[in-house]
Write a protein that binds this ligand. Structure first.
Ligand code: SF4
Length: 338
């Protein structure tokens, strides 16, 4: 048994946050950008009180928390020095990230769309050439992007620009690489060819798509961490949330009002069926577009590769789909987390 003297307490660090899933918990260390799986009963206890009573945990668990720097021993009188940290999300831009589908034959339209968008504060631009572009066809486009868009300093505009260099043309050996400008901001890190574009199964989650830091965690508490302030603009100037999503509006209709009515931006994982039961929900880069089931409850028309009810990934020996699991466990609805 781990003993404390009367003047001492264990305190959960303000940047270490327990998250409760249906079957197990996670504790984030948002300073070290890492996380640990813990039993659900422990995450419930840690969530209830920051003062950690070691008698409620096994000695091994307390040693683990200390070892991983999740809890610290302090004098009771020092408690006021360790206020609770409340993650908040403060948007700095009107649009975080915008992806353009670029058609070599429609550069005039692209320029008009971009001019319209420049009325707003945008953090980063991404350009994706339409699938059937060839390198020769794209030379004008590249030059256009280079001169018109990719010189934010000259334009005195604070944004990042990058060209999606993956398919269909490999530009990596050309000077066009200069268009790629990445300053490591959150929006750019969110971008991954796999889930933004094309017929690749962009909705498929894998453990490699987890992302944990204070910014992402905070945003996910209040907004959809992928779609928040993000648009896809198709080659005809229509705004969507994803390449396959519905048309939201035509570029000429972009204004403060249309911006404030993109409801997918507001959806948080705690409102999405299945994800709300998943311990990974605040580190997950899942890019399936949520569908409204009823007010404040959303769902997805494809299943994630992870089943949070059994903590197994598709492909593992014990994996079954969520649908199968729910059929076999009809009582699950009454057994939701508090
Ligand atoms: S169930 Fe939802 S939150 Fe969990 S890994 Fe899958 S998409 Fe992410």
């Amino acid at each position: 048994m781990i003993e404390l003297n009367n003047n001492e307490i264990y305190l959960l660090k303000g940047t270490c946050i327990p998250i409760i899933g249906y079957s197990r918990g996670i504790i984030y260390n948002l300073v070290h950008n890492t996380y640990y799986h813990i039993p659900k009963k422990y995450s419930l206890k840690l969530e209830k009180s920051r003062i950690v009573n070691p008698n409620l945990f096994s000695d091994d668990a307390v040693s683990f928390f200390v070892d991983k720097n999740l809890i610290i021993k302090i004098k009771r009188s020092q408690l006021w020095e360790f206020p609770k940290v409340k993650p908040i999300y403060v948007p700095k831009k009107d649009i975080e990230h915008i992806i353009f589908e670029v058609d070599n034959s429609k550069l005039d339209l692209l320029k008009k769309v971009i001019d319209k968008i420049r009325e707003f504060r945008v953090r980063s631009f991404e350009f994706v050439l339409v699938k059937d572009s060839t390198l020769i066809d794209s030379i004008d486009t590249i030059n256009f992007l280079k001169h018109e868009i990719a010189e934010p300093k000259a334009l005195n505009i604070d944004y990042d620009v990058f060209l999606n260099l993956k398919d269909p043309v490999d530009f990596t050996s050309f000077e066009y690489l200069k268009l790629y400008s990445c300053h490591g901001n959150e929006a750019l890190k969110k971008c991954n060819n796999e889930y933004h574009y094309s017929d690749i199964e962009y909705w498929k989650m894998t453990p490699k798509k987890f992302y944990f830091n204070f910014g992402f965690f905070s945003e996910s508490l209040y907004k959809h961490p992928i779609f928040n302030k993000m648009f896809f603009v198709d080659k005809d100037g229509y705004f969507r949330q994803t390449p396959l999503g519905e048309i939201l509006f035509y570029y000429q209709e972009l204004n403060e009002n249309t911006l404030s009515h993109v409801n997918t931006w507001e959806i948080i994982k705690n409102q999405c069926d299945v994800c709300m039961d998943c311990e990974y929900r605040h580190m997950c880069m899942d890019a399936r577009l949520p569908i409204m089931q009823k007010e404040s409850i959303w769902y997805f028309d494809t299943e994630c590769n992870y089943n949070p009810y059994i903590c197994e990934w598709r492909g593992s020996e014990n994996w079954i789909s969520v649908k199968q699991w729910r059929e076999q466990n009809s009582e699950w609805k009454n057994n939701q987390k508090p």
